[in-house]
Design a protein around this ligand. Sequence first.
Ligand code: ARG
Ligand code: GLU
Length: 677
Amino acid sequence: MIKRTLLLALLTVAVGATAVADKGMWLPSLISSRIKDMRSKGFRLTAEDIYSINKASLKDAVVLFDGGCTGEIVSPEGLLLTNHHCGYDAIQALSSVDHDYLTDGYWAKSRSGELPCKGLQVAILVRMEDITDRLAGGESAEAIVAAAKAEGKGYAAAVEQMYYGNEQYLFVYRVFDDVRLVGTPPSSIGKFGGDTDNWIWPRHTGDFSVFRIYASPDNEPAAYSKANVPYRPARHFEISTRGVGEGDFTMIYGFPGNTQEYITSDAVDYIANLSDPVKIALRTERLDIIREAQQRDAKVRIQYAAKHATIANAWKKWQGEVLGIRRLGTLDKKRAYEARFAAENPSQAFLLDSLHAAYERNITGYYLRELFNETLRAIEMPQMVRFAMAARDHERKRTVAAEFYKNYDAGIDRAIARRMMSEFVRLAPEGTVPDALSALFAAHGGAEAYADYLYDNSSMTTFDGLVGGDASADAAAEFVAAVEPLYEHASRYAYRNLSNVPDIERWYRPYVKALMEWDRERAFFPDANLTLRVAYGKVAGYEYADGEYHRPQTTLEGIIAKDNPDIYDYDIPQSLRDVYSSKQYGRWGIDLDSRRTVPVCFIATNHTTGGNSGSPVLNGRGELIGINFDRTWLSTMSDVEFDEDMCRNIIVDIRYVLFVIDRIGGAGYLLDEMRLK
Ligand code: ARG
Ligand code: GLU
């Protein structure tokens, strides 16, 4: 016993002394500073292979997909992979009752069957440049951006802050407007497990869809045209079909959206003890109302499926975040860190006081914005009325209204209004309920009674009512006017996070700078802000609970075990059942634990966040081994603190993607243009 403990202690010390944690989201242009660590962990390529402005590099095969996800180019003819949930809107927009691609899936039989997706854009990074000195030297950001945009056809450019503005980077992109749907599995594969399994490991979702980028005949970005041809990328990913094993190096290349690695204890306190808990409780109420209605009525189940998924996604994430922050003791750790900083940097200690004072000034305002968004703004009908009152273009009003009322149930909305109006009053900080709103509630006997009055008297709960009637004369117009000050308030506080409110953020600039000078051991990476990043780590299981180890790979057996035609989230297509019974897996079969099966998903220690959905996950040779799509919910605190023991990103194994394309989709011809190794 003692010996074993001692050995463990020694091991821990040894590991602690040599290994650098797998955390961080690194700017590709600076990846040379990480290359030694990456190579010691199994990476075989060079920094220039990852990012180069002189030659084609892996960055040329990564795209920002639809402004919020990532995708990867996998053929010399612009074939693109991303998640099913990232392609969802485009697939939905192409679907109709006769062609329900969400339910049935879709595979283009030839190039002419590839379906243009109106409004869908992908952006490829041309280059990034540290322009901190140029800006300090007096150049204007607008002029730099304008010059960059003029460099080429379809160019877009933006300046982004790193380390709260201590550094500024220019990002130059080529934006492609002609993107077409090539194929998608049915939702019963692409969304298998649905909300039940969302943020959960073990996982069995085939969360992928296939698109193609088109360009003008001279290979430039161009608006949709029949004359366009498949884009010929500077670089595409090669695909490894050899699979992965526990401990193997993995790297992820994509567009993470938002992390807050350097926030102080005040901000952690706000997240874990106020913001998240309140939002979770409010969404629990909304979800209960929706779910109950869905169980009673099959039509409502479909109407509210996407809304339920969106509400539940963050709801579940926040719960994991709160648990994770508590488990790691992040708040106490931050406090101790700040105390040490103040003690060792007496001349800088005022920065923490200034930050603290700035939070005191802004927390109520930011909280009110979040509360408003989660309560009064979550009531749907008045939102439509407000939109209709402002709409100038009648045709657009009709289109938006048609889309809205298709998936609207006034009974649900009324029930939500009753709850959310009273919750707003209960939770609003002193003096923040607008007088006009208090007066409305008082005149009708309270918030709930007022909600009933509103839904009894409004004629805006139907398409005809809204399009044929006069929104500004409706009962709801009174409500909209009463909450208008809250809309204005919310827009004044519409920053990415509480800590990005300018009055707070300006103190982070000197604080983070001081941290970087003081804390020499720490590897500082700039917080995620939807710019291109590299994160790396390894394939790894984890201890989910005492004595409960979760292995890193799932297989087809797990899908079959969950399969149940009576459970919507687990009802797989018959074709998958058939392939399973025949065991005709073709080249995609593997032997695992002495059975023949197909790999489905795996997990790794890559530091990821929202926006990394669809990101290419690569092996040490830079070959594609999977597509990132999620994290385990107990690890979502990695947006604030990354913990190597617990944090895992979830990836659909590229071999499952290929298996589904080939064996289920019958679109094996797509594999001919890929390079499989
Ligand atoms: N949790 C993943 C993400 O944050 C997947 C969300 C889509 N899937 C779902 N079942 N709602 O975006
Ligand atoms: N599903 C997320 C997305 O859409 C990625 C999961 C995460 O937050 O890690 O980007």
